[in-house]
Write a protein that binds this ligand. Structure first.
Ligand code: AMP
Length: 285
């Protein structure tokens, strides 16, 4: 695996690969890699000749400075994991490479309110920063395929919308969420969970499974209320438990009026913020 730190060297390398007719998959990450991330590498390799991963802890998407400070950093280990999965290129740019002084990188598009609820409500500015970095990385890498995880449902929904609005020539592929044996969604943040919180956290997945079962018999409001109560009872501090339309991310009332329904949750396990989601209904095309 080749590790590249600068935009110039990466672009020269990519230009050469494109001249040879190679297709490129791109997997942006913030590092502290786990099997969820490497599953994206595997999917990337299936689609293209060359797989490029990036590790960049993007400061502009952190609304909480403490979260940014505590974000795990373990580059040596990440490199070993990527080598093992035969990733071709790792891009590890500095902040100055991604955000040079004289370059306007902010993305100003109307997201049709996709950025407003859930993460947008509890992490103001997060999606502006996320779009800014994804757009900048797409401009640099110009991949044929962008591989992202379903784990961040609102994130990939917004990226899909941005790609459509800006007509970026890339195909977004959404990969399923990889989970620990007890259901907890794999996350770089999980390593910061205390043993007590690690034992409690699978309740998030269990409540999502329950929401899916309850969808046919219970009112949406009741399902969400039960989920929130259960999180609190088990010692988590919930932020939201929403059942919404999978396309618009707006809350729903009648399940029969929607062909795509998703439950999205966020909760604090002491000082670690966890998010997860589950698709409750998706009509076949
Ligand atoms: P992050 O490093 O957390 O920014 O994540 C980088 C990419 O990995 C994003 O597209 C995430 O949605 C995806 N990802 C994170 N956790 C998982 C997981 N458990 N399963 C699948 N993909 C994941």
């Amino acid at each position: 695996m080749q590790t590249i730190n600068t935009v110039l060297e990466l672009q020269q390398t990519i230009l050469n690969l494109k001249k040879q007719g190679k297709k490129i998959s791109f997997i942006p990450t913030m590092g502290a890699l786990h099997k969820g991330h490497t599953s994206l590498i595997k999917i990337g390799k299936k689609h293209a000749d060359i797989t490029i991963a990036s590790i960049f802890i993007n400061p502009t998407q952190f609304n909480n400075p403490d979260d940014l400070k505590k974000y795990p950093r373990m580059l040596d280990n990440d490199k070993l994991l990527l080598e093992k999965k035969s990733c071709d290129i790792l891009f590890t740019p500095s902040i100055e490479e991604i955000y040079p002084k004289n370059l306007e990188t902010k993305v100003n598009i109307d997201l049709n309110e996709l950025e407003k609820p859930m993460e947008g409500e509890f992490r103001p500015g997060h999606f502006e920063g996320m779009m800014q970095v994804v757009k900048r990385l797409l401009d640099i890498v110009m991949p044929d395929y962008l591989i992202m995880g379903q784990k961040d449902f609102q994130q990939f929904t917004i990226v899909a919308y941005m790609i459509k609005v800006l007509k970026i020539p890339v195909e977004l592929i959404v990969a399923p969420t990889l989970r620990e044996k007890d259901g907890l969604a794999m996350s770089s943040r999980n390593m910061r969970l205390s043993p007590k919180m690690r034992a409690i956290s699978p309740i998030i997945y269990q409540e999502l499974v329950k929401a899916k079962e309850d969808l046919k018999t219970k009112k949406i409001g009741k399902i969400c209320e039960n989920g929130l109560k259960s999180f609190s009872k088990h010692g988590l501090k919930p932020e939201y438990f929403r059942i919404c339309d999978g396309f618009t991310l707006k809350p729903i009332e009648d399940i029969n009026n929607h062909s795509y329904i998703v439950a999205c949750v966020a909760a604090w396990a002491e000082d670690v913020r966890l998010i997860d989601n589950m698709i409750l209904k998706k009509a076949k095309k």
